[in-house]
Design a protein around this ligand. Sequence first.
Ligand SMILES: [Zn+2]
Length: 159
Amino acid sequence: MSTFHSKTCIRFVARSTQTDYISIENKDGCYSSLGRTGGKQVVSLNRYGCVYHGIVQHELNHALGFYHEQTRSDRDQYVKINWENISPDMAYNFQKQNTNNQNTPYDYGSVMHYGRTAFSIQPGLETITPIPDGTVEIGQRQGMSNTDILRINKLLELY
Ligand SMILES: [Zn+2]
């Protein structure tokens, strides 16, 4: 949260009487709903496996309304989705979304980008391959990229 404070216009405050708010809880896994849902919305950060800088930033970005980078509307120009390597019950995670992308470039280094073997049917099999250069690194969870930060600030300019 302090990174959001130093790099973006977002200010997290302790909830007092707000009707709509996030509640950070130690549930089963790392997850968040997308954007404001109304009322209480849980951001789950399991204490064994989710409490890392990059993962916290990833989940809080979901709460702010950001999708996974590899689902953005123009992703087919930048990555190839290897459907044959994806578990069918997990395929929905790779469906394209109708995103406007805020005039920002596709960002392989986004903290919101999946790694290349996410939801693979077999360890090591690639589900996402960057194109045209398949060696480009994806899936980092160190922290927000400059473009991740730019998008938050661009979003807030609208308010
Ligand atoms: Zn996610």
